[in-house]
Ligand binder design. Structure first.
Ligand code: ATP
Length: 457
């Protein structure tokens, strides 16, 4: 007969319960079992960790001790008296760690002379010291910085993006040009905010997830009153599936050049309208007079810059100049670029380097060559480069991106199959403005002086 009260059986039952709890409800297991121990340990070791990571500062303090030799243990001064003014290492004040999904958050008070970037620079050191996957700066306000410790990669499993089921359900006015395309490593939504960062570069090796991001963008933008324009230099194989929601699609270099000229003409007309109203950009225009925003999706940017002979060189120069003009002026006039490609290196010509300087939004998926990573992220932070170079091939869709706060983040797009994106494009086909509507939108609505010859033209 088994004695159910036997201590060994009790221990076994507790162990099995813990294992099952951890497996089936990892979030509550983390918050109630693992986190309290971790939080105590973080507080207990903070002085050593802060000192090891270079976050402490020397401060002079009055120090009283009954055992003078003890003060020497700070490694600063040898004192003979019991009451002494000594230099000691001061650690930044650490708030109470708070559990979050996949980790914890802690707010620190910055010591005088410190800035949040000092913490961003030592994130990798902190992650090793705390024995966790990663540490990121997730917020700051005057005198405070909040760090998030990530205990396991939250990007390993990201829920697929679900296209809105009902037409017109898909967006709110606040979401205009701010589609959610995935999740950030911190667990927050990855919003590709075209209003804040007007142009984006989407780089990555083959099979790294570039097209998936375009699909997620199509699903996010399809319900919105925006014009989507496609440049598909892969002969249309990537974007033609979404033709129902595209205002126009160019598939050859000549077509691209014509379309770029048309976009520049539209931009010129919008410029004139803004001037007539005395405003700086289309977002300051009255709602009725605001032109339709245009999002230009370019697939395989390198194809636009490759030259085989002299005749093509002229075409490429004109294309590069047109893209650069849109990148420079497009934000104010509601024309946004999303440039995708495998190679976005300076070997494609000086046009690419100049273009990059105008593109604030960066998405760097797994890349084959360091130069594309440097080209995409190089002016962000050396740590961003390291993070991009270490994206594993088995995690397509993972990328290093610029966040709305100007910092870099690891993120992963929500999986969107071509079929789902095609379906979304079909559902919202009736939202698609024609090219004539795009060109004429916003012009002539009670425009002061609309009858002037230059505008009428
Ligand atoms: N966020 C994601 N989650 C899960 N799977 C993804 C994700 N992104 C991409 N994939 C998968 O990875 C594979 C490659 O993705 P995708 O076609 O987007 O890559 P790509 O960079 O556009 O490749 P190529 O340059 O060859 O067209 C696809 O099978 C896709 O289903």
């Amino acid at each position: 007969m088994i004695d159910l009260g036997h201590p060994l059986l009790k221990v076994l039952a507790i162990l099995i319960t813990l294992i099952l709890w951890r497996r089936w409800a990892p979030a509550s297991y983390w918050a109630l079992i693992v986190f309290p121990r971790k939080a105590l340990w973080l507080r207990w070791t903070w002085r050593h960790v802060a000192s090891g990571c270079g976050l402490t500062k020397k401060r002079h303090r009055w120090w009283f001790t009954t055992v003078p030799g003890l003060v020497a243990s700070t490694g600063v001064v040898q004192v003979k008296r019991r009451f002494q003014r000594v230099a000691v290492d001061t650690k930044p004040w650490m708030g109470l760690p708070r559990p979050v999904r996949h980790g914890f958050r802690i707010t620190f008070h910055l010591l005088d002379g410190q800035v949040p970037d000092d913490y961003a620079k030592v994130c990798e050191r902190l992650a090793h010291a705390w024995r966790i996957e990663a540490v990121r700066v997730v917020g700051s306000r005057p005198g405070r910085v909040t760090l998030q410790g990530i205990t396991r990669d939250p990007l390993a499993h990201v829920a697929p993006a679900v296209p809105p089921a009902e037409p017109r359900d898909g967006w709110r006015a606040d979401d205009l040009l701010r589609p959610v395309v995935g999740v950030l490593e911190t667990g927050a939504a990855w919003r590709m905010d075209l209003r804040l960062i007007p142009h984006w570069m989407n780089a990555g090796a083959t099979q790294s997830g570039k097209s998936n991001l375009i699909n997620a963008l199509i699903v996010g933008l399809a319900p919105q009153p925006v014009a989507l324009v496609g440049f598909d230099l892969k002969g249309g194989v990537e974007l033609s599936a979404y033709a129902a929601r595209l205002t126009t699609l160019a598939t050859t270099r000549a077509e691209c050049l014509d379309l770029l000229s048309d976009l520049i003409a539209v931009m010129g007309a919008r410029m004139l309208a803004c001037r007539r109203y005395g405003v700086r950009d289309i977002w300051q225009l009255p709602d009725a007079a605001r032109p339709i925003p245009v999002v230009v999706l370019v697939d395989e940017l390198a194809e636009l810059f490759l030259t085989a002979d002299k005749a093509e060189k002229d075409q490429v120069t004109r294309t590069a100049t047109a893209l650069l003009r849109i990148a420079q002026l497009g934000r104010a006039f509601g024309i946004h670029l999303v440039l995708s490609g495998q190679r976005i290196g300076s070997d494609l010509g000086p046009g690419v380097t100049a273009l990059r300087a105008q593109i604030g939004g960066r998405v760097c998926h797994r890349v084959n060559d360091p130069e594309t990573a440097v080209m995409t992220l190089g002016d962000l932070d050396p740590d961003a480069l390291v993070a991009a170079r270490s994206i594993a091939p088995e995690l397509p869709g993972v990328a290093v991106i610029t966040g709305s706060d100007g910092r870099w983040y690891r993120a992963r797009s929500g999986y969107v199959s071509t079929t789902a994106a095609e379906q979304a494009a079909g559902t919202y086909a009736d939202v698609t403005p024609s090219w004539n509507q795009v060109a004429a939108s916003g012009l002539g609505h009670e425009l002061p002086g609309a009858d002037t010859p230059e505008l009428a033209a």
